[in-house]
Design a protein around this ligand. Structure first.
Ligand code: BTN
Length: 351
């Protein structure tokens, strides 16, 4: 009921009477009052005025928690089972534990803070509280293990779409941020600067704003996927990055002003549900390739392929239906680059 109340108060944007809430949820006035007290404890600013009812006051960043995420969820099955932690070791690790206990397809694990956030190649993912978005999606797809790596690209596309959607409405948005300045003044319309660095980093102005870590568990026979978890970390608030990242990491708020993390998550999950459906139609990126290529920051640009067997340069031409990067070599021949083996850099920098 708490999430429903918040959704209703937000939609109305004005006072909603206690009587209406009682009738709508079939509960007593005391139950409504208790729910309001709990919501206040959760951090919501709710004004109660005699003979008028309840009014929700929100700032641009909003509250971050289970109720808020549920009140904003638009996806149907993705995130229907939602687990929220103020702090956990790693949402990927929690999602794997839940998967072992039988958690359903589409379960989403979110944390405000991680004490042992993990990045790719065994790196740590610094995860301070009150700043960023850390979440993991548990999937149980009926696909063979060789197709699993494509799902990281599917999530990258969903994150890019989710960021776009979150930032675009702010041009008209009248919400005030914590400094009292209309978000519209600061959220430039240029959410189009958001792109993908193959295979799965989201970048803005050449700097990384999001990383994705997919982990797989196979069936006992090793021939099919038992489950996989896709962990996503999005830098939302301004922060000091670890030294090794400082030059090439950035957060959304540094460019666009205040961002509501729950709204961003809702938009990413909604986008994922859509693009994942497209992926499942052919178990390939066939339908998603044009959208992915349009966001690919290295498309038609010079790249350096850091292959352990030897580095080489070429021009990135887009992705294959199976997710490999197509690189055209100086002699005109073409190589398909597999994500697992190599990393790809721009000739002059990170992208
Ligand atoms: C990368 O190295 O680029 C991938 C970073 C992935 C970080 C996310 S944050 C949520 C989830 N939990 C983790 O421990 N890692 C992922």
């Amino acid at each position: 009921m708490k999430a429903d109340i918040i959704t209703l108060l937000r939609q109305r944007g004005t006072y909603v009477s206690g009587q209406e809430l009682c009738e709508r949820y079939g509960v007593s006035r005391t139950a409504v009052w208790k729910a309001m007290e709990q919501l206040k404890k959760d951090g919501y600013q709710i004004e109660a005025v005699k003979n008028r009812g309840y009014l929700l006051r929100e700032d641009a960043r909003g509250v971050f928690g289970r109720t808020e995420i549920e009140s904003r969820r638009k996806s149907k099955w993705v995130g229907q089972t939602l687990v929220f932690y103020d702090q956990t070791d790693s949402t990927n690790m929690q999602a794997k534990r839940l998967a072992e206990e039988g958690a359903p397809d589409g379960t989403v694990v979110v944390a405000d803070c991680q004490s042992a956030g993990r990045g790719r190649r065994g790196r740590a993912w610094t995860s301070p509280p009150g700043t960023n978005l850390y979440f993991t999606l548990l999937l149980r797809p009926r696909i063979t293990p060789d197709k699993a790596s494509m799902l990281t690209l599917v999530m990258a596309l969903a994150v890019a779409k989710g960021i776009h959607k979150t930032l675009q409405p702010c041009v008209q948005c009248q919400a005030k941020d914590t400094a009292g300045k209309p978000a519209s003044e600061k959220h430039g319309a240029d959410a189009t600067a958001v792109g993908i660095k193959w295979p799965n980093d989201i970048v803005i102005d050449g700097r990384k704003v999001c990383g994705i870590l997919t982990e797989l568990s196979l069936s006992v026979e090793q021939d099919c996927i038992d489950y996989l978890v896709i962990g996503t970390g999005i830098n939302v608030a301004r922060q000091s990055f670890p030294e090794e990242l400082a030059g090439h990491a950035i957060s959304l708020e540094e460019i666009y002003g205040s961002v509501n993390r729950s709204e961003l998550l809702a938009n990413v999950l909604e986008a994922f549900e859509e693009v994942y459906g497209q992926f499942l139609r052919t178990q390939s990126l066939e339908y998603l390739r044009p959208a992915y290529d349009a966001l690919l920051v290295s498309k038609d640009k010079s790249v350096r392929v850091l292959d352990p067997k030897g580095e080489y340069d070429g021009i990135a031409r887009g992705i294959q239906n199976t997710g490999e990067l197509i690189v055209e070599l100086p002699d005109g021949s073409v190589k398909n680059v597999y994500a697992g083996e190599v990393s790809v850099r721009g000739i002059y920098g990170y992208v």
